[in-house]
Each structure stands twice: as structure tokens, then as C-alpha cells.
Design a protein around this ligand. Structure first.
Ligand SMILES: *Cc1c(COP(=O)(O)O)cnc(C)c1O
Length: 387
């Protein structure tokens, strides 16, 4: 019954993992899930209060404007100005999204035509590739290699590929490698996009999930970025709001108008009272963000030091709640699916095989820090001496 395009999609990574989890759980093994990037910490109370108040207002029971309610777009613009020193018009340079995944998935449909190339990082967030295939475009995997600090080597993209490319996806702080990018990289990427007529789509889902005083840059801190770039922001990871479904796109107004036109034909924006609460999240007291990061940081240190003690070679990342780890030499296999399955069967700890994020993710696995700290301690205990 499925269309040819749908049949072309690889099986959804977490559906495969779920099936294996069920088999192991049925044997009575206690599972510790370190596979999914979904914070266990609840949304802060002041944001929930704002939601309850907003839900009582009858105007919020009606359709919101297609591009989002004014209050949320203004809050997003204020956030960009205050935290990122970037001035963006709340009317034309901010667009409300029903979670950033939604906006990201529209990109190949609205900024490219069937047969065009979309440049995607590998390993990378699977939505870039899946959406490209669904739009009839051709995803081209740019390898993110450890020796290049997990940054794509733009000069290595073949000329004929580049000629057909319309969009360049980047994502820093990065999922799944937890790598960060500095100003030089963003500057080079902006210059590259100008030279080759590309739209940069920068996925900034983890821009606020940072440690040790590290501040991740917005691409708009680079001169000329606004002419060639869209940045995708999400409230999910910053404020522990994955279930609320709220984000925004910021940047180039023609690109935003294109996404907005597409959206107006298929959805009617995020729920108005969720947007109103989101405005409070973005402009209210930010200490909840700091508190969340402190929790992740503690978990990061527990996991990193334990892995290093038991034969892995990992460094503590400056951002994101992931640990990206090469499968240790001593392991019987370098096949990330086989390895993750063996870890699950032996220990009940669920980790994500790197190949699920693309060809160049093979040989590594991803640990997520979004389970309670005592469960991470228990996982560490079970993993010690495994390889
Ligand atoms: C979680 C995640 C998103 C999606 O976030 P939502 O706003 O919840 O849709 C986008 N990109 C990356 C890299 C993510 O990890």
C-alpha cells in the first residue's frame, strides 16, 4: 500500500530498537534506556503556570495565526536579541513551528526541487535524510570525522554534487557526536553558501544545552548569514518541553516565507496556549536552564569517567546531553547494531547504534544522559568490565 518514496525510507531507527527492547524486557531483564534524547526532568513550574493561565483565555481556543501568535514571535525575537545579540523582525524573520522537527522536515519540499541535492551531515539527525527522500531530492552524506572535529569538510564535496545542491544542513552543538563548532567554521560555511548559492539550515536544537561556561554561537552572529541561512530553534531540549511541541525558525525572510506558505496549506500553527507559555519560557527567568545543565553535567562526568576506566576512549563534551563513543578495540565487533544488541542482551542498557545516524556513524554508539542519575550510575556499574 505504501508509496515508492515511503518504501525508500530506511526503517525508523527507534522502531527497531523498541522491538529488541521488548524481547529483552520479556525475559525479565530490567532495562535502562540511554538511547533516546528525551529529558526525564519535568518542565519548570513557572512555564506550566503560564500554560494553565493561557489555557483559560477563550481567544486561545481559536485558530492561531498561521505564522504563530505575535506574543511568541516577539518573545523569540527578544530571546535572539538578548541572548544572541541578533536583531530579527518578529513579523518576517521568525516563524512558529510545531517543534523544530516539523520545520526541518519541510525544508527539502520548499527550498529544492525533485532531483536536487541536499547536503546532510553523517552521522546526523535522521530527519534531514528522510525528508530529502520524501521530497524526491537526493541526500548527499558529508562525513563528520573525528580527525576533523566532527565538522564537514566542505572542500571535499565533489563539484558535480555541489552544482546540484540547494540546501546545506548543519547542526551544532551536534547530535549525535556532541561536537561544537566555533565562529571560524560558521564564517567559512556562510562564505561557502554565498559562493555556491546554497541555503544553510542550521539546526540549533542544543544551543542552550552547554557546560563549563561554553556559549554556542548562533549562525547570525556572522555577517551576511541572514542572506543565506535559516536557524531552527526548539524549546524541547532547552526547557525540557519535548512533549509540548514548540519551536521556531529564524532568519532569511524568503526562506521563512517559503516554509510558512507550505505550512499554511497543511497545518494551523502550534496550539495558541502552548505558544503563550513558550513566550514566558523564552523571556522569563532562565535559571531553570542552568539547573538542568548542571544535572546533565553531573551525569556526563559519571558516564565519561566510568567509560574511560573500562577501556573506552571518550572525552567530556562541552554541549548536548549525548556521549558519542567509538566501540572499544577489545570488543568482538565493530558493527554498531550487533554491538548495541549485545550490550542490551548482556546488561539491559539500551544505547543507540551509530549507523542509525548514517553511513559514517558506523563503528560508534551514542549514550544519552536523559535518564535519572541513579539509573546512569546503575548502567555504569553494569557496563564495567563488559569490553
Ligand atoms: C531533538 C532534536 C530536534 C527536534 O526537536 P523538536 O523541536 O522537539 O522537534 C531537532 N534536531 C535535533 C538534532 C534534535 O536532536
Amino acid at each position: 500500500m505504501q508509496s515508492k518514496k515511503l518504501q525508500q525510507l530506511p526503517p525508523y531507527l527507534f522502531a527497531e530498537i523498541d522491538a529488541k527492547k521488548k524481547v529483552v524486557a520479556a525475559k525479565g531483564i530490567d532495562l535502562i534506556d540511554l538511547s533516546i534524547g528525551d529529558p526525564d526532568i519535568p518542565t519548570h513550574g513557572h512555564i506550566i503556570d503560564a500554560l494553565c493561565n493561557a489555557a483559560r483565555k477563550p481567544k486561545n481556543h481559536r485558530y492561531p495565526p498561521y505564522n504563530g501568535i505575535k506574543k511568541f514571535r516577539e518573545a523569540a525575537s527578544e530571546y535572539m536579541a538578548h541572548k544572541r545579540k541578533v536583531r530579527l523582525s518578529s513579523e518576517t524573520e521568525i516563524l512558529t513551528l510545531i517543534g523544530s522537527k516539523e520545520g526541518i522536515a519541510h525544508v527539502p519540499f520548499v527550498l529544492a526541487d525533485p532531483g536536487d541535492v541536499i547536503l546532510v551531515p553523517s552521522p546526523g539527525y535522521p530527519v534531514y535524510t528522510a525528508a530529502s527522500i520524501l521530497a524526491g531530492c537526493i541526500p548527499y552524506e558529508m562525513p563528520l570525522k573525528k580527525e576533523n572535529k566532527f565538522l564537514p569538510d566542505l572542500a571535499a564535496i565533489p563539484k558535480d554534487v555541489l552544482k546540484k545542491a540547494r540546501v546545506l544542513f548543519i547542526n551544532y552543538p551536534n547530535n549525535p557526536t556532541a561536537a561544537t563548532a566555533n565562529f571560524d567554521f560558521f564564517e567559512e560555511t556562510v562564505a561557502f553558501a554565498h559562493r555556491h548559492n546554497l541555503v544553510i539550515c542550521h539546526d540549533a536544537a542544543y544551543i542552550e544545552v552547554a557546560y563549563d561556561n561554553y556559549q554556542a554561537p548562533s549562525i547570525f552572529e556572522i555577517n551576511g548569514a541572514i542572506d543565506v541561512a535559516v536557524e531552527f530553534h526548539s524549546l524541547s531540549k532547552t526547557y525540557n518541553m519535548t512533549g509540548w511541541r514548540l519551536g521556531f525558525a529564524a532568519g532569511n525572510k524568503e526562506a521563512l516565507a517559503a516554509i510558512g506558505k507550505f505550512k499554511a496549506n497543511i497545518d494551523s500553527s502550534a496550539t495558541a496556549f502552548v505558544q503563550e507559555a513558550g513566550a514566558i519560557a523564552l523571556t522569563g527567568n532562565q535559571s531553570c536552564v542552568y539547573e538542568t545543565c548542571e544535572i546533565f553535567k553531573k551525569r556526563r562526568d559519571i558516564l565519561v569517567s566510568a567509560l574511560n576506566k573500562s577501556g573506552w576512549d571518550v572525552t567530556a563534551p562541552q554541549a548536548t546531553f549525548y556521549i558519542w563513543a567509538e566501540i572499544p578495540r577489545a570488543a568482538k565487533t565493530k558493527d554498531s547494531k550487533k554491538f548495541a544488541t549485545a550490550v542490551l542482551e548482556k546488561t539491559g542498557v539500551v544505547i543507540t547504534p551509530g549507523v542509525g545516524f548514517g553511513t559514517y556513524g558506523e563503528g560508534s554508539v551514542r549514550f544519552s544522559l536523559t535518564s535519572p542519575t541513579d539509573r546512569i550510575e546503575e548502567a555504569v556499574h553494569r557496563l564495567s568490565g563488559l569490553v
